[in-house]
Write a protein that binds this ligand. Structure first.
Ligand code: SME
Length: 156
């Protein structure tokens, strides 16, 4: 289980050194991937509001075809359309699921947001069925909120 406080401490130290969100997002993805063996693929998507599309920012794991995902499509795009995190215990049961690899069994999407402003999301795939619980979601949300703090600061 990932210790969100450690990752948030790393991210805050980077902010204190003057790093921008681009570096923080990359660090968060790497720390999540290396911090938990259930997290087989970890990536960050950023929302292009005008195009209504998610763009893959960076990832660790198998190559994916889903570099751009329209809002409303797949688990990722549905989370944005609904304005809510999505924990999918069985991706085979999700209508419109966009498969990265046949090994993936479950997926967790946590939004990076400041209030109603959605900046993007952290997307995690696991080869284990029903890999994620509400504690994982809380931990990842804390990390996502730290990223949102920096993104909001840069967009001001
Ligand atoms: N499974 C996602 C697509 C992204 S890949 O998992 C990297 C979806 O259904 O939106």
């Amino acid at each position: 289980m990932i210790d969100a406080r450690v990752v948030i401490g790393e991210l805050q130290a980077m902010r204190d050194e003057g790093h921008l969100s681009d570096a923080l997002i990359r660090r968060a993805v790497r720390s999540l991937h290396s911090g938990d063996e259930r997290f087989d693929w970890v990536g960050a998507y950023l929302l292009d509001v005008e195009a209504s599309e998610l763009w893959l920012h960076n990832y660790v794991g198998q190559r994916t075809d889903h570099v751009k995902i329209p809002v409303g499509q797949g688990v990722c795009g549905t989370a944005v359309a609904q304005g809510a995190n999505l924990n999918v215990p069985d991706v085979g049961e999700f209508d419109g699921y966009l498969a990265c690899s046949s090994e993936v069994k479950s997926e967790l999407v946590v939004l990076v947001r400041a209030g109603t402003d959605i900046f993007g999301q952290i997307d995690i795939d696991s080869h284990q069925p029903a890999a994620f619980d509400s504690q994982d979601e809380v931990a990842i949300q804390m990390i996502a909120d730290k990223l949102a703090e920096q993104i909001a600061h840069e967009r001001r």
